[in-house]
Design a protein around this ligand. Structure first.
Ligand SMILES: [Fe+2]
Ligand SMILES: [Fe+2]
Length: 289
């Protein structure tokens, strides 16, 4: 059994961020880049509630006592992440972006009731074989946790790390969330491994996770661009190529692709990707660490 690099230390930090002065296009003054990340302010909180539900279905069955503690830390951290991203909706609402409408749409088709995506996956697979749907929901969560861990690494790369053209409050929110994602990145993976160590279950969860993540972020980006009344159509083309040149830069893209593919190795474990120094460094001067 692998354990988290922070096994004794999944700390729930009840931190509240101030977003008062965040401009509408807070990343590089670029609406494309901003609304791509804005969509995550809705997709993450809704997704994080699903993560917590998925892992709690197995909490009682986990025998490893440290892992049981880690599950509590994981759920606590994800709860605060969801709350803080959701608190930013207030700013987005003032900017006319209507985040609640997108959240309701996402929630209804993804998670609510029997015929939502979650309902269909969990219920239909549980009907085929007892607990298969519950395991698949956990495997999807495990796949998404791998994404958040590798996104976490990327947001500490230059030029994001010290970029003066990204609102500093938002950089801190992203870095805090990223560090806690790194701290708890192995929890769901270890639970899935203890419950059912089947390779096919793990990788099929990752495939579904990828489709859902990019699909929903894509819908969210389009939705917020549509609602953005300050979009200047004459500048749109230049802004789109700026995203391509500045945000999807080569080094991060290559490292991201490499780390993503490592999930498909049979003997992969999240702690194979070394990120603990990032966390120590970030929290070293934070009062809420
Ligand atoms: Fe999170
Ligand atoms: Fe997470």
């Amino acid at each position: 059994m692998f354990m988290s690099a922070f096994a004794d230390n999944i700390k729930v930090r009840n931190v509240k961020f101030e977003f008062g002065n965040v401009p509408k296009h807070w990343i590089l003054n670029n609406p494309f880049a901003t609304h791509f990340v804005n969509s995550m302010h809705v997709v993450f909180p809704e997704g994080e509630k699903f993560f917590v539900r998925s892992v709690r279905r197995f909490e009682k069955e986990v025998k490893n006592q440290q892992l049981k503690k880690d599950i509590k830390g994981f759920c606590g951290q994800e709860g605060i992440h969801a709350r803080e991203h959701q608190r930013f909706w207030e700013v987005m609402s003032e900017q006319g972006l209507k985040p609640e409408k997108f959240a309701n749409f996402l929630n209804t088709y993804m998670f609510k009731k029997q015929y939502s995506v979650e309902g269909m996956i969990v219920n239909s697979l549980n009907w085929i074989s007892p607990r298969l749907g519950d395991k698949m929901a956990l495997s999807i969560t495990t796949g998404l946790e791998h994404y958040t861990a590798i996104i976490a690494k990327a947001v500490f790369e230059e030029p994001i790390l010290t970029n003066k053209r990204i609102a500093p409050e938002m950089i801190e929110l992203m870095h805090w969330h990223a560090c806690e994602e790194i701290e708890h990145k192995a929890v769901c993976f270890d639970v899935l491994k203890e419950i059912d160590d089947d390779y096919l279950l793990r990788v099929s969860g990752m495939v579904i996770a990828s489709l859902l993540l990019f699909g929903n972020i894509g819908i969210g980006t389009a939705y917020f661009l549509w609602n953005d009344t300050d979009l200047n159509m004459k500048e749109v083309k230049g802004q789109a190529s700026e995203v391509n040149n500045s945000i999807v830069f080569d080094k991060i893209r290559k490292e991201f692709a490499e780390n993503l593919m490592s999930y498909f190795k049979r003997d992969f474990h999240p702690n194979d990707i070394e990120e603990s120094d990032i966390v120590k460094q970030f929290f070293s001067d934070k009062s809420y660490a």
